[in-house]
Design a protein around this ligand. Structure first.
Ligand SMILES: Nc1ncnc2c1ncn2[C@@H]1O[C@H](COP(=O)(O)OP(=O)(O)OP(=O)(O)O)[C@@H](O)[C@H]1O
Ligand SMILES: [Mg+2]
Length: 368
């Protein structure tokens, strides 16, 4: 008995491109299928030669086709799409719109959460990476955008080593589990920091953001560069509807941080949804190494809730250095739980908005 052409097509429609998240049949990637006796020989056209995710295709094609009646061995060969095929694919993925849009192309329903701070070294990148992992665990379709042009650390923290695939001007974010990642750092060469100043900056950011194909996302986390410089302002304009979570440490210098956070929100047009205190106390001993009260004071000052107090845990840094979000590696660790609670608290702020209990922008009362 041999499977029918319909059965083969149906089986292949369960083979999903891990980055584009769509069936290979829908993406026009199936070049050919030949059945000889009990053997199926499949050819798939990839977007780039040497695609790092070949093994995922191999595993899926093997699994889906050997499940068919009469097939007990499968071989898979790869080909590469022609420029015309790539152009057609890009158009299809953009929903028939072949024109490029200005700024980020995201669904209206995608929530953009910027992780920001008044100063450097407070743990923005660590929290962005682990929050993204936490949102993915909660079942959100999650992306993380490393927008810190001065030091892009997220790819390393998430252990993503493959570079984005570029298909006919469309940049496809690499994935780790269910998480999509894009870093401006992927496109910087050593001299690039120059580009991030002056008039080229906005153009470059705009082009970069509009070329990234995020697909369908519930939540996009953005690791912001510190401060209120040109990059932040451009990002604010190019990430419309973004909301900001402000990270601080427990030192009671909240007022200064608050002023900067409020300025940042005002200049970038972001709604502040909450504050987070990071490094609040040392796990285990509970020692308040960096003082206390900073998070509370900041939240009060800018008129938003304090969403979480995240403890200091050396394991968080060690895991990040190894490219493992601790939230995945040790989900029961106290700091992992705190970050998961933070993700839930952020998700709840959306629900409140849906019920019409939105907070007014706190900017009016913020001192500048
Ligand atoms: N809760 C925590 N427990 C232990 N270590 C932490 C914690 N939060 C951050 N760190 C560590 O503190 C250092 C600074 O964190 P991170 O790089 O995330 O800060 P940042 O705000 O992104 O800094 P920058 O402004 O330089 O981008 C890192 O070594 C990180 O591993
Ligand atoms: Mg950082």
């Amino acid at each position: 008995m041999q499977p029918s052409p319909e059965q083969i097509t149906q089986a292949l429609s369960r083979v999903i491109d891990p980055e584009l998240r769509k069936p290979v049949t829908e993406l026009g990637m199936v070049r050919g299928v030949e059945i000889e006796g009990h053997h199926a020989a499949v050819t798939i056209a990839l977007t780039v030669p040497g695609c790092p995710l070949r093994h995922s295709f191999e595993e899926q094609v093997q699994r889906e086709l050997t499940a068919l009646p009469g097939i007990d061995s499968v071989s898979l060969a790869f080909d590469v799409m022609s420029p015309e095929e790539k152009a057609a694919l890009t158009t299809r993925l953009r929903g028939g719109i072949s024109q490029r849009t200005k700024g980020i192309s995201l669904d209206r329903s995608t929530r953009v959460i910027a992780i920001a701070s008044g100063k450097g070294g407070v743990g923005k990148s660590t929290l962005s990476a682990n929050l993204a992992a936490a949102f993915a665990t909660l079942g959100h379709r999650t992306g993380v955008l490393d927008a810190d042009v001065y030091g892009h650390s997220i790819p390393h923290m998430l252990g993503v080593h493959q570079r984005p695939v570029v298909v006919d001007r469309m940049i496809v974010p690499p994935v780790r589990n269910e998480l999509k990642l894009m870093s401006i750092g992927f496109f910087l060469d050593d001299n690039a920091p120059v580009m991030w100043r002056g008039p080229m900056l906005h153009k470059a950011l705009e082009q970069f953001l509009s070329d990234v194909h995020w697909g369908e996302l519930d939540t996009l986390l953005v690791d912001m560069p510190p401060g209120t410089g040109d990059v932040s302002i451009s990002l604010g304009q190019l990430l419309p509807r973004a909301e900001a979570v402000v990270v601080t440490t427990p030192q009671p210098a909240a007022q200064q941080v608050a002023v900067r956070a409020a300025q940042m929100a005002e200049k970038t047009n972001m709604r502040l949804v909450g504050a987070v205190e990071n490094m609040s106390y040392l796990v285990g001993s509970g020692d308040e190494l960096f003082g206390a009260g900073g998070g509370e004071a900041l939240a009060r000052e800018i008129g938003v809730p304090l969403l979480a107090q995240v403890p200091l845990d050396p394991a968080l840094r060690e895991a990040a250095d190894r490219g493992e979000p601790l939230v995945w590696e040790q989900p029961e660790a106290e700091v992992s739980r705190a970050i998961r609670d933070l993700a839930e608290a952020i998700a709840r702020t959306q629900r409140e908005e849906g019920l019409g209990i939105t907070k007014p922008l706190p900017l009016a009362g913020a001192r500048t």
